[in-house]
Design a protein around this ligand. Sequence first.
Ligand code: SF4
Length: 338
Amino acid sequence: MSDHSTIEWTDATWNPVTGCSLESPGCKLCYAMKLAGTRLKNHPSRAGLTTMTSAGPVWTGEIRVNEGWMEQPLQWTRPRMIFVCAHGDLFHEEVPDAVIDRVFAVMALARRHTFQVLTKRARRMRQYFAHPVREALIGKQIAQLEFAYSGNPMSVWTGLPLYNVWLGVSAEDQRRADERISELLDVRAAVRYLSLEPLLGPIQLNAQLLTRVETGSQAGQRFIDWVIVGGESGQGARPMHPDWARSLRDQCHAAGTAFFFKQWGEWMPRGPESWGYPLIDGVPRVRLTDTGEDGSDLGSGGDHHVWMQRPGKKATGRLLDGRTWDEMPNAAGGVAPC
Ligand code: SF4
């Protein structure tokens, strides 16, 4: 739980649930897993959630519901953007539906805040919302919370979707994007978004974005409102080809979707300097093709290769071709100027 976050696209983190298990290749260097097995390994919210291996800490698959943090957003008075479950996955298979109901009840009551929910378990998220009495179950939790706080339940519950809750899926490559975006598009949300970090290969979004526009009931409706792109951090990080990020930026702008370039991560292009990519001596370099999915193609041929260098995350920054991209969705699903 943190009233302040260093994550570039949010203000604070809220961790009603911690713990997870590896879901796909993008989880390999999970920062939350590393933290849970090192600096926070004795903290009640993390103790026993990881096991030490020769490759470092690994999630055990156990999750923890942090009762002491469950209602924290209700006590934060200043409105802020809150990333939900930054150290786990709210839709992990071990998180009971009733716990998720409570999280949504808190978000329904803390309407001064904007909540960003992000998951790799897109199918579970869709199934959760598809439950025939989901709104009634969340409404019951809201009434209990209101009673606890004021002794007088009020009827503020107007149902789903909550206008202050953004729902997103995380994907690292085309296969996971295809699987998870289709599930996300079946869920109603004030804002739908994608976190494509760590980006491990090229992703083509146009078909998913535009198909729904053509077949949707509301002409011109935008279905993906926001896309975040970033490279990988941590020891052993895999480089992100600049063309993968450029392509996503261009696809977003063609579809009217906000684009946020979060970071390069450990690796960055080696030149041109005029685009914000200095030549740094004494650091590792690789020749990266534009088709590599997980770094296995490093050093091989390819249609469009680029030399990458690894000066470390603090040095790589977040310029994409000479500028930052900090576009955010607005409440109506439009693009806010950056
Ligand atoms: S789903 Fe998220 S929290 Fe869970 S292991 Fe993967 S990266 Fe870590």
